[in-house]
Every structure is written in C-alpha cells, then in structure tokens.
Ligand binder design. Structure first.
Ligand SMILES: [Zn+2]
Length: 186
C-alpha cells in the first residue's frame, strides 16, 4: 500500500501525507551496527517507526517534521570481562526539515530542535542507525559479570589494599630474634 521506501523517502511528501512507516529490520542490514556487535545475533530486529507531520508556522509557511522511534538490543562486549553483554537501545526524536543543507546547519546550531535538510531521497534507515549509534554507552558492562574479570588485581596489590589482614608469615617473624633493634636507630 505504501509507496515510501525507507531508503528513499520524499520527505515533503511523506510529511505532507502524515505518512507512517513502522518496520522490523534485522540488524544484519545495518553495517555500522554490525561493526559494534561483530555480527553477533545479527538476526535480531531493529524495531522502528517514523511518522511525518506537516504544520504551518505563524507566517503560513509549511514546516515538515519527522517523528522517529527506534529500539533494538545490541550484543556488545563487556569492558570488564570481555564477554557479550546485551545492551537495549532506545531512540525517540523529532526532526524538522528545512530547504537546504546550509540552512539546516545554521538552524540546527541556533535552535534546540534537530534540523535536517529536506530531500526527495532521504535515507530513513541511515537516520535510524545514526541515532542508535549515538545511544551507545562508552564502556558497556554487565551489571554483574558472571565470569572472572579479564584483568585481575595482582596478589601484591590485594595485600596492599587490605592492610588489616595479618600477613601469613607475621607469626613466624615474631619467633625470630629481633635483629633490627640495635645499632640501626638514629
Ligand atoms: Zn562483564
């Protein structure tokens, strides 16, 4: 029924029609997401929904909007134990479209809104991917790692960190004659 292909959206027409596209696309189709997961669980879906909206501003000019929602679960690598960790990502943003790239750049800086240039061949899936990538945590970790940490603290550091713990040889040291008690003072 829909003539809107998600890789080639005519933004003005999409917004003007108040069109809605809602799909599940496998992560396998998103090259940059695959770079993050190393291709793990690539059959998992990216669920996304885009809704166009056209409104009139105060001076009667049409303003085109795209309201985007997307969610998926990426299998990332835990930075503590280096095992896979499932990371749910959610995006919910609205974009306002203006006539040219130059205008979009200016308005994007000046306003709180996300502003993009209108296009007749807008790649909606690239936008979905861009936005999901922006939600990536800097250092994904399990809440609680089930396996041993890849980088364990050495025994020496462990002892230093627990000064109250008696050294196993402390008792033996007590049995030895006191050699340091004479002639070494100030
Ligand atoms: Zn972990």
């Amino acid at each position: 029924m829909s003539t809107h292909h998600p890789r080639h959206i005519d933004v003005a027409a999409f917004a003007g029609a108040g069109a809605v596209l809602e799909r599940d696309d496998a992560q396998a189709g998103f090259e940059r997401l695959l770079t993050e997961t190393g291709g793990r669980n690539a059959e998992r879906a990216v669920h996304w929904r885009a809704e166009g909206e056209r409104e009139q501003d105060a001076s009667g000019h049409a303003r085109h909007w795209l309201h985007l929602r997307a969610q998926t679960v990426l299998s990332l690598t835990c930075q503590r134990c280096l095992e896979p960790v499932d990371m749910p990502l959610t995006v919910e943003r609205s974009f306002r479209f203006v006539a040219t790239e130059a205008q979009a750049e200016i308005e994007d800086e000046e306003s709180e809104e996300d502003v993009l240039a209108v296009s007749r061949e807008f790649d909606l899936l690239a936008l979905v991917e861009d936005e999901l990538l922006m939600e990536l945590p800097l250092a994904p970790t399990h809440a609680t790692c089930s396996s041993r940490p890849a980088f364990s603290v050495s025994d020496a550091d462990f002892d230093a960190a627990e000064p109250d713990k008696p050294h196993p040889f402390a008792a033996l040291a007590g049995l030895q004659p006191d050699k340091g008690g004479q002639g070494t003072g100030d």
